[in-house]
Write a protein that binds this ligand. Structure first.
Ligand code: FE
Length: 292
């Protein structure tokens, strides 16, 4: 496959943070290292075998102007929101929540012998959809297609497309690609990523070699790291002498101004002030506009 290989641009070491009511997690986007990777606002990796690290959870809290994507690796999280949704997600499941104009929800990890683990990504909404109707999609593990690639990769296609197979999540504003890639020792994985799109990899098992030039040795990166990739149209990666696993996430940047304050991400400071005012006045939750 020809194309311009995407080189490693920045390597981010995840920062330990405490979020919600006391959940320990590792943040690599949306923190001091990198505040915004347009259109991605935040990337958290949670996971612990110890209940005290996660059981406090995320009690009822608001969101506006973004989409949150939770991908579970282990354990169980119970969820409910002001749209009337409730349920639980477990290993391999995905929850894609469009906060739009305003939602309140609760995300509570359950104490389980296998602990709890997964990822949460925040994807920005374009200005014209920030105040849109909230939406909630729960995609069970069985509805996420798995593709075995020619080169020896095994990919769960959460969103986007791999070798003609479409992902389990569709209808997302930023039209992102979200892949969970496993590569066997000594094997490789090649994926086209459109020129101009933002792309990053999150290496969380083993060693991954990023091929920057077919004539040179790859750039090896050991777990656990977030790797921002330079522009190009092809990602080519290798596993070392043990199996590797990474997420490969990409989308077209929005190129719009952002104003962020905790769970609200808007375009202007005034819109943030409005969100806080709405919350105070009890008018935060999205409601159908008369005449809209
Ligand atoms: Fe939340």
């Amino acid at each position: 496959m020809g194309g311009q290989l995407r080189k490693v641009k920045t390597i981010i070491e995840p920062t330990p943070v405490v979020e919600g009511a006391g959940v320990r997690l590792k943040r690599s986007l949306g923190g001091p290292a990198l505040n915004y990777l347009d259109p991605f606002l935040l990337f958290d990796h949670f996971g612990s075998p110890n209940a005290e690290d996660y059981q406090a959870g995320f009690p009822m809290h608001p969101h506006r102007g973004i989409e949150t994507v939770t991908y579970m690796l282990a354990g169980e999280v119970q969820h409910r929101d002001t749209l009337g949704n409730s349920g639980s997600i477990g290993a391999g499941d995905v929850q894609w929540m469009t906060a739009g104009g305003g939602i309140l929800h609760e995300e509570m990890p359950q104490v389980r012998p296998e602990g709890n683990g997964g990822f949460q990504l925040w994807v920005n909404l374009p200005s014209k959809l920030k105040m849109s109707q909230p939406r909630y999609q729960d995609i069970p593990s069985g509805e996420i297609p798995e593709v075995m690639t020619e080169e020896g990769g095994k990919v769960r296609v959460i969103a986007g497309k791999v070798e003609g197979t479409n992902g389990g999540v569709t209808g997302i504003a930023a039209n992102p690609t979200y892949l969970d890639v496993r590569i066997l020792p000594g094997q490789s994985f090649i994926q086209p990523v459109s020129q101009g799109h933002t792309a990053f990899a999150y290496v969380f098992e083993g060693n991954v070699g990023f091929v920057e030039d077919d004539a040179k040795s790859p750039k090896w990166i050991e777990q656990t790291k977030l790797v921002v990739l330079e522009d190009g149209d092809l990602v080519k990666i290798l596993a070392g002498d043990e199996a590797s696993r990474l997420l490969l996430i990409s989308a077209k940047p929005l190129g719009e101004p952002i104003a962020r304050y905790g769970p609200f991400v808007m375009n202007t400071k005034e819109e943030i002030e409005q969100a806080l005012l709405d919350l105070k006045q009890g008018t935060f939750i999205w409601q159908e506009q008369v005449g809209a």
